[in-house]
Ligand binder design. Structure first.
Ligand code: UDP
Ligand code: MG
Length: 345
C-alpha cells in the first residue's frame, strides 16, 4: 500500500535559540516514520519564517540546502502566527496527502505525531491535538485560556477545548479551508466549521525548550478579542440589551422622580444626575467602540488584501550551494551570513 505524504508545518518567529534542536528532533522523527513505512519517503518538514529579525531564516536556509526533507519559506514580513501557519498549510497542501502543524518551541509532544497519522489513515480528515493538563503554563495563562474557551462556547463558537494549533488536516480539508476567504482567520474556530470526520489525540503539554513566548499578555488579549469579534455578534447584542435595560430603568426612575416632584419632595438631584450622565455616557462609548470594531472588520474584509507574501521558497533554489563551502558563503542576495550560524549537525 502506498503510504501518505506528510508535511509538518512549523511557523517560526525569532526562534534561533530553539530552532536547531527543533529541526533535529522533527527530522529524526520523520526519518523513523519513513523507515517504518508509516509515511511516504516524499514527506518533509516545512519551516515558515514569519519575518524574524534574528538568525531564524539563516538556520532554515542552511538546513534546506543540505537536506531534501527540509523546506523553508520566508515571508516578506511578520504577519502573525495564524497567517504564517496558513502560508505553510496552503504551500504544503499541493504536495502532501496530509499536513500537520506544530509550534517551533516543541511544547507539544512530537511523540504523538505517529498517532495523528494513524487516525488519518483510519479515515479522519482532521485530527486535533488536545492538551491533557497544562501544569507547565503559568496559573494566569492557564486560567485566562480556560476562561477564553468557556466564553467562546457561551457565545456559540464551537471550539475544541484545550486544543491550540497542533493538528493534522487532510488535503481535501485544506482545500475546503482555502475556500474561507476571510482576512481575519481564527483557525481554531474555522477548522471545526469544515465539518469532515474528526477526532482528538490527547497529550501532555511541556515547557518551551528554549527562548521566550512570542505571545505576551498584550498580544494574547488582542488574539482573544480578535477571535471573539471574528466569530460572534453576541457582544453587539449585549450592548443592545444593556441599552434597552438602561432605557427602561431610566423610564421607571423618571416616573419616580416626577411623582416625588408632585408630592413636593424634590431632591437637589446633583449626585444622581451626574452619575447617570457618566453611566449612560460610558455605555454609549462602549457601544460605539464595539460597533466600530465590527465595522473595522468589515472594512478589512472588503479590501481582500493578501494574508501573507512569500519572499523566498527554498524549493525554488535551482543551484544548491556546494556543501563544503557552506561555512564560508556569504549569500548576498538574501543578506545571509552563514558564518554566524551555530553548528547544528
Ligand atoms: N509565531 C509566529 N509569528 C508570530 C508569533 C509567533 O510565527 O508573530 C510562532 C512562534 O514562533 C511559535 C508559535 O507561533 O512557533 C507559537 O508561539 P509561542 O510558542 O511563543 O506561543 P505560546 O505557546 O507562548 O502561546
Ligand atoms: Mg509555545
Amino acid at each position: 500500500m502506498k503510504q501518505p505524504v506528510l508535511t509538518i508545518v512549523v511557523p517560526c518567529y525569532n526562534e534561533e535559540e530553539v530552532l536547531p534542536t527543533t529541526i533535529d528532533c522533527l527530522h529524526k522523527l520523520l526519518m523513523i516514520m519513513i523507515a517504518e513505512e508509516q509515511v511516504s519517503s516524499e514527506s518533509n518538514l516545512l519551516f515558515v519564517d514569519d519575518g524574524s529579525k534574528d538568525l531564524t531564516w539563516s538556520i532554515i536556509h542552511k538546513r534546506s540546502l543540505t537536506d531534501t526533507h527540509i523546506r523553508g519559506l520566508k515571508l516578506s514580513r511578520n504577519v502573525g502566527h495564524q497567517n504564517a501557519l496558513l502560508a505553510g498549510l496552503f504551500t504544503a497542501k499541493d504536495t502532501s496527502d496530509c499536513v500537520l502543524s506544530i509550534d517551533a518551541d516543541l511544547q507539544d509532544d512530537i511523540q504523538v505525531i505517529p498517532t495523528f497519522v494513524d487516525r488519518f489513515k483510519k479515515g479522519h480528515d482532521i485530527v486535533y491535538g488536545v492538551r491533557k493538563k497544562r501544569d507547565c503554563d503559568t496559573f494566569f495563562k492557564r486560567s485566562s485560556a480556560e476562561l477564553f474557551y468557556k466564553l467562546m462556547n457561551k457565545m456559540g463558537v464551537n471550539l475544541v477545548y484545550n486544543h491550540a494549533d497542533f493538528r493534522l488536516m487532510s488535503k481535501r480539508a485544506l482545500q475546503e479551508l482555502e475556500k474561507f476567504e476571510e482576512v481575519n482567520m481564527f483557525l481554531r474556530g474555522i477548522v471545526p466549521l469544515i465539518g469532515y470526520k474528526s477526532t482528538s489525540v490527547y497529550y501532555d503539554r511541556k515547557e518551551r525548550l528554549a527562548g521566550e513566548t512570542k505571545y505576551p499578555l498584550k498580544k494574547m488579549l488582542y488574539f482573544a478579542f480578535d477571535g471573539i469579534t471574528s466569530f460572534s455578534v453576541t457582544p453587539i447584542r449585549f450592548v443592545l440589551i444593556t441599552g434597552l435595560v438602561s432605557f427602561f430603568v431610566s423610564l421607571l426612575f423618571g416616573i419616580y422622580f416626577f411623582s416625588l416632584k408632585f408630592i413636593g419632595e424634590t431632591e437637589t438631584g446633583w449626585t444622581s444626575l451626574i452619575t447617570s450622565i457618566w453611566l449612560i455616557g460610558g455605555l454609549q462609548l462602549i457601544g460605539i467602540g464595539l460597533i466600530g470594531e465590527y465595522i473595522g472588520k468589515i472594512y478589512k474584509e472588503s479590501k481582500r488584501r493578501p494574508k501573507y507574501t512569500v519572499e523566498i521558497d527554498s524549493k525554488t533554489f535551482t543551484q544548491p550551494l556546494p556543501l563544503k563551502n557552506t561555512q564560508r558563503v556569504k549569500d548576498e542576495s538574501y543578506n545571509l551570513n552563514l558564518r554566524k550560524l551555530p553548528e547544528t549537525n
